[in-house]
Design a protein around this ligand. Structure first.
Ligand code: ADP
Length: 447
């Protein structure tokens, strides 16, 4: 096994990876910006190195600094976490060119799935159903209009290089297509340096359902069931569940079979997530994430599998060593993403945490890098904690999450805990009958 791994990330996910390494007897190297010198992921690592100033592009996105840090410390592999360089094929290539292991898929697969147009064509060829839309890139307004006429409005213009919910514009009627097209194109160019866009039918009441997979280097792919991430605000997930309250066991099995067969043909290795929209009994692929997801813990809670440990084993060259029938999904898990934001206006609330008390008890897990006296920097993502619970049933998990959120005390910054408590208490959430548009309506007072 590797003896030392460099973790190219910060915050809760750096700590999460560190925990897996420690249990596997692997030494860890933490990297940090000057703004994170006193961060928990630095304090708990075996070694740490400063890689640059606060701005992410100068530190956590600074490839030469990260590679030097790995070489200086004698790390044998790099775990990228999520965000930052986790889906950067050039970085993965550079890591491998320096004789280090990249804990993730092959650079070729990262590149292919990073372009959502290529991702969709590839998956279609592998027999995965898609959301109806344009046949590849939409190069001009005339084509956009033609596609919209063909599939019917509303349509969604999406950036090929999109991520984090950016570069997406809805056109409700044909009159809105030209503007949606040019705005999405301009946004895509500014945000991703790539103005390629494509068009999809805008579904009116889908659920976001995603499937966690792991593939080894020997052609075996196994899935770990689905996560329901329909509770979103501005296309960003706020609360996730495993399994989905909206699909049946038979649908899960069928989706799993399509996905694993496709990815075995593709030769996919390491962790990945296939994202689908589900409406009227149909699954339609939207994109694949070639990395660990923020919401991976809900899958870990219902399967008992440490996904980071599996990622490390696979990157080292070990075979999965188990098959689909060995994966058991038991009970129900929920994750709340707690961010340093005002729970009503969503304005960021960075600052110093003057007091912090973590919830606990049966079936409660907290993935967080905060502590009393910690100053939440304004330079990065506002996620401060992921609270995850497991229960034998969905109602038990809901009651447990409610109880754990009430135990959770954070002073000095505002957090989204009050919003999560409101969601959990809502009858529509409790019934499980919600789609991707539900939360937007809920927070704007529509409910
Ligand atoms: P990103 O990579 O930016 O997260 P995705 O393609 O994963 O973009 O889409 C993010 C979210 O946007 C989805 O979870 C869903 O809520 C919404 N969305 C994406 N495509 C569609 C569509 N065709 N119809 C309706 N909603 C969509």
């Amino acid at each position: 096994m590797f003896s030392k791994i460099l973790i190219a990330n910060r915050g809760e996910i750096a700590l999460r990876v560190q925990r897996a390494c420690r249990e596997m007897g692997i030494a860890t190297v933490a990297v940090h910006s000057t703004a994170d010198a006193d961060a928990m992921h630095v304090r708990l690592a075996d070694e740490s190195l400063c890689i640059g100033p606060p701005l992410a592009r100068d530190s956590y996105l600074n490839m030469p600094a990260l590679l030097s840090a790995a070489l200086i410390t004698g790390a044998e592999a790099i775990h990228p976490g999520y965000g930052f360089l986790s889906e950067n094929a050039d970085f993965a290539e550079m890591v491998e060119a320096h004789g280090l292991a990249f804990i993730g898929p092959s650079p070729t697969h990262i590149r292919m799935m990073g372009d959502k147009i290529t991702a969709k064509t590839t998956m279609a060829e592998l027999g995965v159903p898609l959301v109806p839309g344009s046949d590849g890139e939409v190069p001009d307004v005339e084509t956009a209009m033609a596609v919209a006429r063909l599939i019917g409005c509303p349509v969604l213009v999406k950036a090929a290089a999109g991520g984090g919910g950016r570069g997406m514009k809805v056109a409700r009627t044909l009159d809105e297509v030209a503007e949606a097209f040019s705005t999405a194109r301009a946004e895509a160019a500014a945000a991703f340096g790539n103005n390629a866009v494509y068009i999809e039918k805008y579904l009116d009441k889908p659920r976001h359902i995603e499937l966690q997979v792991l593939g080894d280097n020997y052609g075996k792919v196994v899935h770990f069931g689905e996560r329901d991430c329909s509770l979103q605000r501005r296309h960003q997930k706020l609360l996730e569940e495993a399994g989905s309250p909206g699909i049946t066991e038979a649908e899960r099995t069928a989706l799993g079979a399509i996905a694993t067969q496709a990815l075995e043909k593709f030769g996919y290795r390491n962790a990945g997530t296939l994202e689908f929209l589900y409406q009227d009994g149909q699954f339609a692929f939207i994109e694949m994430n070639t990395r660990l997801q923020v919401e991976h813990p809900v899958t870990e809670m219902v399967t008992g599998v440490d996904l980071v440990r599996e990622q490390i084993r696979i990157a080292y060259g070990e075979a999965l060593g188990y098959g689909q029938s060995d994966v058991r999904v038991s009970g129900h898990a929920i994750e709340c993403r707690i961010t340093a934001e005002d729970p009503e206006t969503f304005t960021p609330s960075p600052g110093t945490i003057s007091m912090f008390h973590a919830p606990g008890g049966l079936g409660v897990r907290l993935d967080s890098a905060i502590y009393t006296g910690y100053r939440v920097p304004s330079h990065y993502d506002s996620l401060v904690a992921k609270l995850i619970v497991h229960g034998r049933t969905r109602p038990e998990a809901i009651a447990r999450m409610h109880r754990a959120l009430e135990e959770f005390a954070i002073a000095g910054i505002k957090t989204t805990i009050p919003l999560h408590l409101r969601i959990l208490a809502d009858p529509a959430f409790q019934s499980g009958h919600y789609d991707i548009h539900w939360l937007e309506n809920f927070v704007s007072g529509g409910r």
